[in-house]
Design a protein around this ligand. Structure first.
Ligand SMILES: *Cc1c(COP(=O)(O)O)cnc(C)c1O
Length: 430
């Protein structure tokens, strides 16, 4: 029997039976056992506390063990934890759908719930392709995505991830052959000159008869490189999609719920997509839930066709516990001056990370909203760098050349300072 709180037993038990994300089982890096989490702190099994700079892969915007979210889960648990969604509905789903359609652009008036971000992207792709099938254009099955993009790890989503840094080389022949446009090179604060649109315009001109939709992460390309780009790109992309009659999908799974300083990143551009994917921070990091919103053109296009029904339905669709938590998380966010909080964190990240700019191994330091990024010239060695953060009392999980922070919005000034100092210190010492 393992002692469930002993550091050694947890590490050994883990090593014996668990496969971690993006990891080897035979050459596994050290794994750190966590026994509790509260506020912005993770408590390790040996009693050490880590300031969490990752918000659990960008989800835990209110931090951990939040009394309001805890209460929402408890209250819903007393009513029901789950029921099937085929033929049934329930108050948390109805209320959450009302909230999401109210907060997102007016045309997006229909919500399809699913259980994770990748599935929300699959649903978006199926909506786009089934829409064109329904309106008598079954040839329109291809997608256009951007280089440096990331849309998830399932097959459809994977086929839209950057073809070089994504996993295309491993799964090449099974992946759908989609088309890729260059990543925008105009910075967040810059205008987007027409030449930025030349390549994607040519792709559309050549292939529009086979293309169902263009999918992008608005303003911030996350796991594909933590790149920020000009909102004006989205304005021009919308116009292009309209000109060629192509659907536009925004993947806001990473950017939704305040991360970039707006509730949704599309608000930087005031552009309305035809389909919108939400996930990650939707439940404040408490539970897995995602949503795909679409406009009437798509919902009625599919519904009024011969097939009549949209062909998707996850077992745990609209899980009541997750929906109730999402409602509580969104209300909690909107009940506070969250824009000011994100601005404060932004200023603190920018000031705290600035010293890294002068380091010889650093290519670029950038910040947007509550996102702070140090881009190195060479990829980091995870095995050596990960323990260095833990020794400094912070949890930061770099990837590739990127050492970045996406803290919970509840992180105080002193903790942000500790976090950024540790990031600069570690980068300086590798
Ligand atoms: C994380 C992420 C996904 C995938 O979400 P999962 O919940 O991990 O399946 C899709 N798109 C973007 C932009 C993401 O950041």
């Amino acid at each position: 029997m393992i002692n469930p709180s002993s550091w050694e037993d947890l590490q050994n038990g883990d090593r014996a039976a668990i496969w971690h994300p993006y990891a080897s089982t035979t050459d596994a890096p050290e794994i750190f056992p966590v026994i509790a989490a509260s506020g912005v702190r993770l408590e390790l099994a040996d009693g050490r506390q880590l300031i969490d700079g990752m918000a659990s892969w960008w989800c835990a915007i209110h931090g951990y063990n939040n009394p309001v979210l805890n209460q929402a889960v408890r209250a819903q648990l007393e009513d029901m934890s789950h029921i099937m969604f085929g033929g049934l509905t329930h108050p948390p789903a109805v209320k959450l759908a009302q909230l999401l359609t109210k907060l997102t652009p007016t045309g997006l008036d229909r919500v399809f719930f699913s259980d994770s971000g990748s599935v929300a992207v699959e649903v978006a792709l199926k909506m786009a392709i089934q829409y064109w099938y329904s309106v008598g254009q079954p040839k329109k099955q291809q997608l256009i995505a951007l280089r440096n993009g990331y849309h998830g790890d399932t097959f459809g989503a994977m086929s839209l991830c950057d073809p070089v840094t994504g996993m295309h080389h491993l799964f090449g022949d099974v992946l759908a052959k989609n088309l890729f446009a260059p990543a925008p090179s105009c910075g967040f604060d810059d205008p987007c000159p027409d030449r930025e649109m030349t390549a994607i315009t040519e792709l559309l001109a050549q292939h529009h008869q086979e293309v169902a939709a263009v999918i992008v992460e608005p303003v911030v390309q996350g796991a594909g490189g933590m790149r920020f780009y000009s909102p004006e790109y989205l304005v021009k992309l919308r116009a292009l999609c309209d000109a060629f009659d192509i659907l536009l999908i925004f993947d806001e799974i990473a950017t939704g719920f305040g991360r970039t300083g707006k509730l949704f990143a599309l608000e930087h551009a005031q552009v309305e997509p035809d389909i919108l994917c939400l996930g990650k921070a939707l439940t404040g990091g408490y539970m897995t839930l995602a949503a795909t919103l679409c406009n009437k053109r798509i919902s009625t296009g599919i519904s009024e066709s011969e097939a009549g029904a949209f062909m998707h339905g996850p077992t745990f669709m609209a899980n009541p516990l997750a929906c109730a938590t999402a409602i509580a998380s969104i209300k909690l966010l909107l009940s506070q001056p969250w824009q000011h909080t994100v601005e404060r964190i932004h200023a603190e990240l920018a000031a705290g990370l600035a010293p890294a700019q002068d380091l010889p191994n650093v290519a670029n330091v950038r910040t947007l909203g509550a996102i702070g990024v140090i881009e190195l010239k060479q990829p980091v060695d995870m095995k050596t760098i990960q323990p260095m953060f833990v020794e400094r009392g912070v949890w930061v999980r770099p990837f590739g050349k990127l050492v970045y922070a996406m803290p919970p919005f509840v992180m105080g000034t002193d903790d942000v300072a500790t976090l950024t100092a540790a990031m600069v210190d570690v980068v300086a010492s590798i």
